[in-house]
Design a protein around this ligand. Structure first.
Ligand SMILES: Nc1ncnc2c1ncn2[C@@H]1O[C@H](COP(=O)(O)OP(=O)(O)O)[C@@H](O)[C@H]1O
Ligand SMILES: [Mg+2]
Length: 305
């Protein structure tokens, strides 16, 4: 069985401004508040897995700047191991978001150090990746590095999860090496090359995708829940009815939760029910990593095996 998780991906220093309206061209206006957060899909997924008590390594790059210090300190504070986090010259990955009170949001991301993850960094992981390891990828680091890493994971017999976000064209050959492919409905529409606008469509398309990749597939559908397809069985998993305040990190929390289920010997359907409870807790609080639940918090609503 699996006993540890390695997330190979991004870390971002997120700056979030709250403001009543966007400035006009040439105008500088006042924002009401600012929040500085540790983010990036990779770091978020690692933090959720660590908050659930798993042994988790975060592999990736941060800059030699103060935000790099902040990102390292923050993920370590949640229990993520940083032995394979590398510092590179220049800035860490970062984003600036302008968030309006009506829920509208505009954001820009600087890839920074996330763009510096190389094949050599993957080779350096050689010793920790084995058949008892779950390796998790997203698409916020260079694709050529990911393609190389998936090959290595395959050779080592690790369980490979790819969260195909943000959506990007990958060789079919690489997609066919995965154990688990997970995307939200927008990304699923991209990879399947057809709009997914209903649960029925999601069920049809996930069967097609599972067949095409020869891997387990999960499509998350926001408030509608998720659909899981594995070895000829397809199941809709409704979301938990909660007072959602903000959806930041919902999908990342789901993936951390999946890892917990798999490490604890649950099948992919039961792991997804557990993951659904993690996401439900996450959407009830603002922010990404701080909103993600501990194991005790998930157990308040998880009634599984
Ligand atoms: N409003 C909500 N209430 C309860 N659960 C939610 C809500 N929004 C999302 N979720 C849960 O989080 C999971 C992932 O959310 P989704 O929006 O699909 O991912 P992403 O963040 O990648 O877009 C869903 O499958 C669902 O279980
Ligand atoms: Mg969504």
């Amino acid at each position: 069985m699996y006993n540890k998780v390695i997330v190979i991906g991004s870390l971002n220093y997120d700056v979030c401004l709250k403001l009543a309206r966007l400035p006009e061209e040439g105008e500088t206006n006042f924002a009401d508040s600012v929040e500085y957060c540790s983010g990036g899909k990779g770091a978020n997924q690692a933090v959720q897995a660590a908050k659930l008590g798993l042994t988790v390594y975060m592999a990736g790059c941060i800059g030699e700047d103060e935000s790099g210090d902040f990102l390292k300190r923050t993920v370590e504070g949640y229990g993520v191991r940083t032995d394979y986090l590398k510092r590179v010259p220049g800035n860490s990955g970062m984003s600036v978001a302008q968030s309006l009170y009506d829920g509208g949001i505009r954001a820009s991301v600087v890839k920074g150090a996330n763009d510096c993850v190389t094949k050599e960094d993957i080779d350096a992981l050689g010793d920790v990746i084995s058949s008892d390891t779950i390796v998790v990828f997203q698409l916020e680091i260079p694709l050529e590095t990911i393609i190389y890493a998936i090959d290595l994971c395959r050779k080592k017999g690790a369980y490979i999860i790819l969260n195909g976000a943000p959506a990007a064209a990958l060789p079919e050959e690489t997609l066919r090496k995965l154990d688990l492919f997970i995307v939200n409905e927008v990304e699923a529409s991209f990879y399947g090359n057809t709009e997914i606008d209903s649960e029925e469509k999601a069920e049809t398309e996930i069967r097609r995708m599972t067949e095409r990749l020869g891997a387990t597939c999960i499509f998350t559908l926001g408030k509608a829940g998720s659909v899981v397809c594995s070895e000829g069985r397809t199941e809709m998993i409704p979301s938990k009815k909660v007072q959602a305040v903000e959806s930041t990190g919902a999908g990342d929390s789901f993936i951390g939760g999946l890892c917990y289920g798999l490490v604890n010997g649950k099948d992919i359907f039961e792991s997804s029910r557990f993951a659904t409870c993690c996401s439900a807790k996450t959407v009830c609080k603002t922010g990404g990593q701080p909103a993600m639940p501990t194991l005790d918090e998930v157990m308040e609503i998880y009634k599984g095996r």
